[in-house]
Design a protein around this ligand. Structure first.
Ligand code: GLC
Length: 486
């Protein structure tokens, strides 16, 4: 089985969020399972040059734009990649990728990712790798199934390629589709306009990917059900309902080799469920790293990952002063933050020196030290398609407090004292009161050391490995082929 995996971000080259983790670890697991999978992604200017030793595979790839003018790109490949890694193709273009300092947030992102989508198809058309399946991800590459079904419909080489579209997020790109006037409504059907036209900006690639892909999935079972409701997908739930027959949920995974507290070189002290006391050294190390008072018995709470509204941080903002005043806890916060959250958490740190510590930007290693040293991770997300941070925390025995939504509902089991089951604490209602009550419930449980230890052990014993999810993707690939040949 041959697969081309097209994605706007890929770890470790252009890691913005969980999407990049998936784009590295899922293909790796699929390769291990015997799939000839190759990744196709832009060569952004920000990719560190020591990661990027590349050579040409296709020079002067001409990509049609819908007008007479074509965009000329090169396709490069990583020289001598690690044996276990899939081949990664980098799409090279000065104007749209190399000269930009960031991965996202440009007014012409629709052109930049329209280009990625169309270039991937041209690469297949003009090159020697003809996949059975093209797997695309999020709005950036939702254009691709659309092109395949319209502009490339009669192309002999591409005709039998099936497409799978994974939804990691309902973001829909540059244009504000949620508040569009009736005149700008896009029914999602028909051919895509020229890259440079106003109409192209207003063509909804997420919707078009959903309509045109042979099969769609999102990154947890629960989120796939939530997307059928008006609450979670106000403008798309009817479409999801209509296309239910080709819509699946596959929970994201974790690379258990790479994320392993027994072997992880980043953390101070390695540990397993048999020697949990070694975990305590990591707590001290973490407290020092964030300039917190060193104290073994103070519960250390943590927030890790993208810090924006999706993550339900308003619930934390409403309750944290009370928690700090009444509960004798410490807090560390780590991840790229939008302005609102950066201001809030840096003020909080100033007001509570030695008790609150922050690192409000992306960091490749700190999260692991946090998972290994903190007692509790807070994830009260408003919505959470997958939620890889929860899987990472479980693996390291950092007990999650989550809102039972999306992938969090599928990965964290609420602690039940009568049955002695559970790997964390969860609540359903999106309210500050429910969140606070759950934090207090967790902190009360924390006081009972033997019980807490058992929760940690159960958390660490879970198996959310990528190989499990990879098998499910192989199954989806097969189904998409059946749908494709009709
Ligand atoms: C997005 C989602 C997150 C998911 C990730 C990878 O970032 O918000 O829940 O885990 O994509 O699929």
């Amino acid at each position: 089985m041959k697969v081309l995996f097209v994605c706007a971000e890929v770890a470790p080259f252009s890691a913005v969020g969980g999407l990049a983790q998936v784009a590295y670890f899922l293909p790796k697991a699929l390769k291990e399972a015997g799939v000839d999978i190759r990744v196709f992604t832009p060569k952004y200017g920000i990719i560190s040059s020591n990661l990027l030793r590349v050579e040409n595979v296709l020079e002067g790839l001409k990509v049609p734009t819908g007008e007479a003018q074509k965009i000329i790109c090169n396709v490069k490949v990583l020289k001598s990649p690690k044996k276990e890694d899939p081949i990664i193709y980098f799409l090279e273009n000065m104007e749209y990728y190399e000269q930009r300092a960031n991965v996202y947030n440009y007014s012409d992102d629709h052109i930049r990712f329209g280009l990625l989508s169309r270039a991937a198809l041209e690469f297949v058309r003009q090159g020697d790798f003809v996949p059975d399946i093209i797997h695309v991800n999020d709005w950036h590459t939702g254009y691709l199934p659309n092109y395949l079904q319209t502009d490339y419909k009669n192309d002999k080489k591409l005709q039998e390629i099936a497409t799978v579209f994974s939804i990691h997020n309902l973001h829909q790109g540059v244009f504000d589709f949620d508040h569009a006037s009736e005149m700008d409504y896009d029914d999602g059907k028909g051919p895509l306009a020229s890259f440079f036209s106003e109409r192209f900006l207003k063509q909804n690639s997420l919707k078009r990917g959903i309509i045109h892909a042979h099969l769609i999935n999102t990154v947890s079972q629960t989120y796939s059900r939530e997307l059928l409701t008006e609450e979670y997908a106000p403008r798309l739930y009817k479409l999801f309902r209509e296309l239910r027959g080709k819509f699946y949920g596959v929970l994201n995974g974790l690379d258990y080799q790479n994320f392993d507290p027994k072997k992880d070189k980043i953390i101070k002290s390695n540990y397993s469920t048999n020697n949990l006391s070694s975990r305590e050294e990591n707590k001290v190390d973490l407290q020092k790293e964030f300039n917190l008072e060193v104290s073994q018995h103070t519960p250390l709470l943590a927030i890790v990952g993208r810090l924006d509204d999706q993550k339900g941080l308003d619930l934390v903002m409403e309750t944290i002063e009370f928690i700090l005043a009444e509960c004798n806890v410490q807090l560390v916060v780590c991840g790229p933050a939008d302005n609102k959250h950066r201001d809030f958490f840096s003020d909080l740190e100033k007001q509570h020196p030695g008790i609150v510590g922050t690192h409000l930007m992306f960091d490749a290693t700190l999260p692991r030290k946090i998972f290994a040293g903190a007692d509790i991770i807070l994830m009260p997300s408003k919505y959470e398609p997958g939620g890889i941070v929860a899987l990472e925390a479980l693996r390291y025995g950092c007990v999650p407090i989550v809102r039972a939504t999306g992938g969090l509902a599928d990965s964290v089991v609420d602690y039940d004292p009568t049955l002695s089951t559970g790997t964390g604490f969860s609540f359903k209602n999106y309210s500050a009161m429910s969140f606070l009550a759950t934090v207090i419930r967790a902190l009360e449980t924390y006081k009972n050391k033997p019980v807490w230890k058992k929760i940690i052990k159960r958390a660490m014993d879970q198996d959310f490995s990528w190989d499990k999810s990879a098998k499910k993707y192989i199954d989806l690939y097969r189904r998409s082929q059946l749908i494709c040949i009709g």
